[in-house]
Write a protein that binds this ligand. Structure first.
Ligand code: ZN
Length: 482
C-alpha cells in the first residue's frame, strides 16, 4: 500500500472493527451460547471439542461485552495519537515529551482492566495479561521469572566477565539480498513450511500473519552485511507460520475449525514458543549449523567462490551464539533476551498497580536494567523509549515473549526424550519428524486446552524455569569456557 493510503486504511479498519464488535457483542449471539451451554449433548463432556468451543466462545463474548464502546474507541484514537508522540520522543530521546501520553494510555489500560475485572485473589494486571495469555496470573509468572532472572543475571556476568567470547567475524561478510532470499526460502521449505499455503516477502518490520485458511504470510528484511539477522528472523516467523499452518483451519475429514476457538492458537506464549523453538533451539544448535553451512555456501557462491568457504562449522556456530550486554531488546541474544522482558514485566506491573508513577519510569528502568545486565543505560532512546507497545496501551503483553522461551525449552526436553536421534535428524536436514511431533502435540489442538494444561499434558509437568536454564547453561558455559 502506498504511504498516502494509510489514513483511508485506518478508517476502513476502524469501520471493520466496529462491525465485528457489534456482531460479537450482539445479545442474540449470547443467547445462542447460553443455549449450547444448557444442551448437555453439546457441553456435557467437558473434554470434548464442542465443550471446548462453547467454553471459549463464552470467554470471548463475556470479555467483549464488558468493554464499553466509548472505551474501545478511546483506546484506538488516543492510542494512535500517543504512538505518534512516542515516535517523536524516541527520536529526541526525551521521555518528558512522551510522559503525558503514557499517562493517558495507562489510565485507559487501567480502565480496561477494571471493566474486565481481576480474577478472585488476583490483581488488576491479571485482567490485561489474560487477554494475551489466557488464565495466566502475574503471581504465577513472577514465581517462574524470579529464579530465572537471578540465575540468568549470574550467567551473563560469568560469560562476559570470565568467559572467552567466540569470534564474530565469520558472519561479518557481505551477501546480496537475492541470495539471502533464496537461502531463506530453501530453509523454510526444508523445515516443512508449505509454500503452496504461504509466502515470504520483504517488509520493514518482520511478521507472520495467518490471514485465512491456506494463506499464511511471512515477512523478513535483508541487510547485506548481516545475513544471519534475516535468516534467523525468517526462521522465527517461519515457526509462527508452521503453527498457523498446523492449526485445524483447512478442515480434516471435511471438518474445518476456521472461525472457531478450536481452529485458533492457544495464547501468545504458545505462539512464541513455536517461533523460538525453530529460531533458537533448532536454528542456533550445532547440528543445524552443520546442516546449514554447505547450503549457505552453495547459495552465496555466485558461480564461483563463496564468502563462507573458509568458515568452519564451529566458527559459524560460535558466531551465531554471541552473548552481549545490548540495550535494545529486539537486538538481544538467547540469554539476555529474557532479562530484557522481565524488566518490562516488573515495570508495567507496578505502573498498573499504582506503585510506580509514569514520571518515575526512566529511573526505575535504568536502575533495574543496570542491576540485571550490569551496565548503565546511556539514554531514554536506548532505555524506556525503545518499544512501541506501551504507546498504544499494550500492557500485559511483554511477559508472553519470555513465556514463549520457557514453553519452547520445556517442549524441547520432551521432544528429545521421544525422538532420541533428533540431533542426527537435524544434522541430516530431516525436520519433518520434529514438525510432526509439534503438529500432534501442540498444533492440532487449537484452543482446546489452556497453555498451562497443554504444557502439563505434553511434558508431564507444570511450566518451570528449569528446562530453559538447563538449556542456556548447558549450551553457553562450554561455548564461553566457564
Ligand atoms: Zn514472535
Amino acid at each position: 500500500m502506498p504511504p498516502a493510503g494509510a489514513s483511508s486504511r485506518a478508517e476502513q479498519r476502524a469501520a471493520l472493527a466496529a462491525i465485528v464488535h457489534e456482531r460479537a457483542t450482539n445479545p442474540y449471539f449470547g443467547d445462542l451460547i447460553a443455549r449450547c451451554e444448557e444442551d448437555s449433548t453439546l457441553s456435557g463432556d467437558a473434554g470434548s471439542a464442542e465443550a471446548a468451543n462453547i467454553r471459549e466462545f463464552r470467554r470471548e463474548y463475556d470479555k467483549r461485552t464488558k468493554l464499553p464502546g466509548d472505551l474501545v474507541k478511546a483506546l484506538a484514537r488516543t492510542g494512535s495519537e500517543s504512538q505518534q508522540a512516542w515516535k517523536g520522543a524516541r527520536e529526541a530521546s526525551d521521555f518528558a515529551m512522551f510522559a503525558p501520553w503514557l499517562e493517558k494510555m495507562v489510565d485507559l489500560a487501567r480502565r480496561k482492566a477494571e471493566c474486565l475485572g481481576a480474577p478472585e485473589g488476583g490483581e488488576l494486571y491479571d485482567a490485561l495479561l489474560d487477554i494475551y495469555e489466557p488464565r495466566a496470573t502475574a503471581k504465577e509468572v513472577e514465581a517462574i521469572f524470579t529464579p530465572l532472572r537471578d540465575r540468568l543475571s549470574g550467567l551473563v556476568a560469568d560469560l562476559l566477565d570470565k568467559g572467552r567470547a567466540p569470534a564474530r567475524d565469520p558472519i561479518d561478510i557481505t551477501v546480496g539480498t537475492a541470495q539471502q532470499h533464496e537461502l531463506g526460502q530453501f530453509v523454510l521449505k526444508s523445515l516443512g513450511f508449505d509454500m503452496n499455503a504461504g509466502r515470504l516477502d520483504v517488509t520493514t518490520h518482520p511478521f507472520c500473519s495467518g490471514m485465512a485458511p491456506g494463506d499464511t504470510r511471512l515477512t523478513t528484511r535483508y541487510r547485506e552485511h548481516a545475513f544471519t539477522d534475516a535468516l534467523y528472523g525468517t526462521m522465527h516467523e517461519g515457526g509462527h507460520g508452521l503453527y498457523e499452518q498446523g492449526l485445524p483451519k483447512l478442515g480434516v475429514n471435511g471438518m474445518s475449525r476456521f472461525g472457531q476457538p478450536l481452529g485458533d492458537s492457544i495464547s501468545l506464549g504458545i505462539h512464541e514458543s513455536q517461533s523460538r523453538l525453530w529460531e533458537n533451539l533448532v536454528g542456533r544448535s550445532h547440528a543445524f549449523v552443520e546442516w546449514l553451512l554447505p547450503h549457505a555456501r552453495r547459495f552465496f557462491s555466485a558461480g564461483g567462490a563463496s564468502p563462507l568457504d573458509s568458515v568452519g562449522v564451529d566458527d559459524l556456530y560460535g558466531a551465531v551464539n554471541q552473548v552481549e550486554r545490548s540495550y535494545i531488546r529486539v537486538e538481544s541474544d538467547e540469554v539476555t533476551y529474557n532479562l530484557h522482558v522481565m524488566l518490562r514485566f516488573e515495570i508495567e506491573r507496578s505502573i498498573i498497580s499504582g506503585d510506580l508513577s509514569v514520571r518515575d519510569v526512566p529511573g526505575a528502568w535504568n536502575e533495574t536494567f543496570e542491576r540485571l545486565l550490569g551496565v548503565p543505560v546511556p539514554d531514554d532512546r536506548r532505555g524506556c523509549l525503545q518499544d512501541v507497545h506501551w504507546s498504544f496501551g499494550l500492557m500485559g503483553y511483554f511477559p508472553t515473549y519470555c513465556l514463549g522461551n520457557l514453553y519452547a525449552a520445556q517442549l524441547w526436553e520432551s521432544v528429545k526424550r521421544e525422538i532420541s536421534d533428533l540431533d542426527d535428524q537435524i544434522r541430516r536436514g530431516e525436520f519433518l519428524p520434529l514438525l510432526e511431533w509439534m503438529r500432534k502435540n501442540v498444533h492440532q489442538h487449537g484452543k482446546r486446552y489452556s497453555a498451562g494444561e497443554l504444557c502439563e499434558r505434553v511434558t508431564g509437568a507444570p511450566l518451570s524455569a528449569d528446562p530453559l536454564l538447563r538449556h542456556l547453561e548447558g549450551k553457553f558455559r562450554p561455548l564461553y569456557g566457564v
